[in-house]
Write a protein that binds this ligand. Structure first.
Ligand SMILES: [Zn+2]
Length: 87
């Protein structure tokens, strides 16, 4: 019997965007660089771990990468060009 599936990918605000990372290999910390799913190296600050203030906008490249890695149906995975055109 397996337990409840672990949520593998999680979100971390850093450098003005909410990026995603792989929890099995990365534990974000203040002033510690990590590579987000989109391939960008980002460094969150202590304030990025605070829940104060408005949420950072989602990094859509990370959002797409989660869908690809988690095996979402193709029609629910936007093209890279569409993602890059998103604000
Ligand atoms: Zn990202």
């Amino acid at each position: 019997m397996e337990g409840a599936p672990m949520i593998r990918h999680w979100w971390q605000p850093a450098e003005g965007r909410r990026h995603a990372y792989d929890r099995t290999t990365i534990t974000p910390g203040a002033d510690q660089m990590f590579t987000a799913l989109c391939g960008t190296e980002v460094t969150p600050t202590a304030s990025d771990f605070s829940l104060d203030g408005p949420p950072s906008p989602t990094c859509w490249q990370c959002d797409r990468e989660i869908r690809v890695r988690d095996g979402w149906p193709a029609e629910q995975i936007p093209s890279l060009a569409a993602v890059e055109a998103m604000p």
